[in-house]
Every structure is written in C-alpha cells, then in structure tokens.
Design a protein around this ligand. Structure first.
Ligand SMILES: Nc1ncnc2c1ncn2[C@@H]1O[C@H](COP(=O)(O)OP(=O)(O)OP(=O)(O)O)[C@@H](O)[C@H]1O
Ligand SMILES: [Mg+2]
Length: 297
C-alpha cells in the first residue's frame, strides 16, 4: 500500500472509532495506557528531573514508559540522561526513518521522543504529517503503557495543548511564593478556559512532608476560594536533596546513581501514588485518543 493509501486507511479508521477502543486490538498494546502531562507555572522547579526519575521508577515497576520532551529549554530530558538523539521527526515525514528509529532508549528501557526532534512544534504540523505521526505511534513495536510529557514552564499555547489532550495532569510546585502563584495561574487558565477540573499536585524542594502539605494547602485554599469546583489531589513530595543536582551534573538518573538517597525513595513513592491515583477519566483517554485530541484530527 502506498503512503497516501495508508494515511487514508488510518484516517478512515480514526473517524470510525469511538472511544479509541481499537488501539487495544494490537498485540502487546496496553489495555489501559495513561498519558500524564507534567507542568508548572514557574520554570526551574524540577519538572525534567521529576519526569525522568518518575519515568524510571515506573519502568522499574515493569511498565513500558515513553517520555515526550515538549520543552525546548536547555536541560532537556536527553541531556539530563546523557543521551544523544540522532534523528528528528523530519526524518519521519521524509520517510527516511520510522518512529522506532527516532525514539531514543534511556535507562530502564524508557523510550524518549526528544524535544530537539520537534516535539514542541507538533501542534503546527500539516494534516498529512499529523496522520503519519499518528499511524507511526500505532505501529510502534512495543507501544507504551505510560506516557509522560515534560512541558515548558508557563502557559504558552503548546503547554496548554499538551495539558488539554493528556489524560491526567501533574502540576509541580515548590514553596517559593512565585511558584505557588504561577501554578495557580496555570490551573486557572486550564480550568477557566478549558474546563479541566482534576489536577495532581507534586511538591518539590521541601524539607519534609509537613512543609509539602503546607504548600499544597496554600495552593488548594486559593483554588477553592477563587476557582470553585476543582479536584486537587496531593500526590506527594520530593525533598531538597543534593543527590538530585549531582545526578543532573552527571547526566544520570538519581534512581540509578543514588538509589538510597531521600529523593530516590520519594521518586519511587510518588510513582506508586500516581499509578494508584484513581483515574476518573471517562473518555477512554488512551494514547491514541491523546494524539487525536492533541493533533486535532
Ligand atoms: N529536589 C531537588 N533537590 C535539589 N535540587 C533539585 C531538586 N529538584 C530539582 N533540582 C535542581 O534544580 C534544577 C532545575 O531542575 P529541572 O531542570 O528539573 O527543572 P525544570 O522545572 O525542568 O526547569 P525548566 O522550567 O527550565 O524546564 C536542576 O539543576 C536540578 O538538579
Ligand atoms: Mg525542564
């Protein structure tokens, strides 16, 4: 079948689908894959360190994990993990490479779609490119069971798009007042403009659980007061720990380098909490549903 015919077939399939149940018909496809978007109002609060280490913790628990690096910032997922991506999404559209070949394999077998490969600009793809990407996602040899998205800080359009299309959202916040107010601003836009009501809150850079709970209370108190019916769920904290910054400098995950550190133990705990958090999503929001929503097909 030529490429145009393949695309048409895919488009017809997609249009015919309701609730995206067909993705489960593929052997090895996950029955209940999750797509989780990690964001923060303020930059530099630890998103990339958190996504990579939580991704590894989830992979260590036996699940297939993919990280979508949707931030063009300096400390990208591939940099933090010391990986060197060779190809970009352009190679996919030109037909030179498959998605499997563009993905980079990280620790624990995590698959990473690096930001340098054009992820932040995915919203601007042509219709044909969107369909190619979607069909390639479907054809992956081992489709992910969990997809984590590391977004840029703030409320730029592409950050909002990833959040809207994801099934669950994690907002990372630190005790810094600007981090709390900026997290509030992000939640306000997503709930006010896009009617998103469920948020998981992860508190980073704290001395202990008590401080993390205090930050969570501050954030949820203003959200309750000014934004009405939201569901903010506290999913844990990561302590301020020099093993995190040391690991970043060594371009390796904390979980591998310092598995006994306080931070590593909390990464594992938060990963468990995330997987155990009740999933209220009723739209069958699996990975293909995410791509359909995101790409606007
Ligand atoms: N819990 C922590 N303890 C100590 N250092 C931390 C912790 N969390 C993050 N850091 C350090 O803070 C710096 C910023 O972290 P990171 O790059 O993960 O943040 P980010 O939110 O992804 O930033 P950006 O918004 O620029 O993408 C890194 O050098 C990292 O080592
Ligand atoms: Mg980052």
């Amino acid at each position: 079948m030529n490429q145009a015919a393949t695309l048409k077939k895919w488009k017809d399939n997609i249009m015919a689908e309701e609730g995206m149940s067909q993705v489960q018909s593929r052997p090895g496809a996950a029955a209940d894959p999750r797509v989780m978007c990690f964001s923060s109002g303020k930059g530099g609060v630890g998103k990339t360190s958190i996504v990579t280490n939580i991704g590894l913790a989830i992979a260590n628990s036996g699940k297939r994990v993919m990280i979508l690096d949707a931030d063009l910032g300096l400390a990208n997922v591939d940099v933090i993990l010391g990986l060197s991506p060779r190809y970009t999404i352009k190679h996919l559209f030109s037909g030179e490479k498959t998605l499997d070949e563009i993905l980079v394999t990280g620790p624990g077998g995590i698959k990473i779609l690096p930001s340098g490969s054009g992820v932040p600009e995915l919203v601007n793809l042509s219709e044909g490119e969107k369909l190619t990407l979607l069909s390639e996602m479907e054809r992956l040899e081992s489709p992910p069971e969990v997809m984590l998205i590391d977004t840029a800080a703030g409320i730029a359009d592409n950050v909002l798009y990833f959040n809207i299309a994801a099934r669950q959202r994690v907002v990372v916040v630190t005790p810094e007042p600007t981090s709390i107010t900026d997290a509030y601003a992000l939640i306000k836009v997503l709930s006010g403009r896009y009617h998103i009501k469920d948020f998981m809150i992860l508190v980073n850079w704290v001395r202990n659980e008590q401080e993390a709970r205090k930050v969570f209370k501050q954030l949820s108190a203003v959200a309750d007061r000014f934004l009405g019916m939201l569901r903010l769920v506290y999913i844990g904290y990561i302590p301020k720990d020099s093993s995190v910054s040391k690991a970043v400098r060594q371009q390796r995950p904390v979980l591998e380098l310092y598995p006994d550190s306080k931070a590593a133990k909390q990464f594992v705990k938060v990963a468990e909490n995330i997987l155990n958090t009740e999933d209220k999503c009723s739209d069958g929001g699996n990975i293909k549903f995410f791509w359909k929503q995101f790409l606007g097909i």
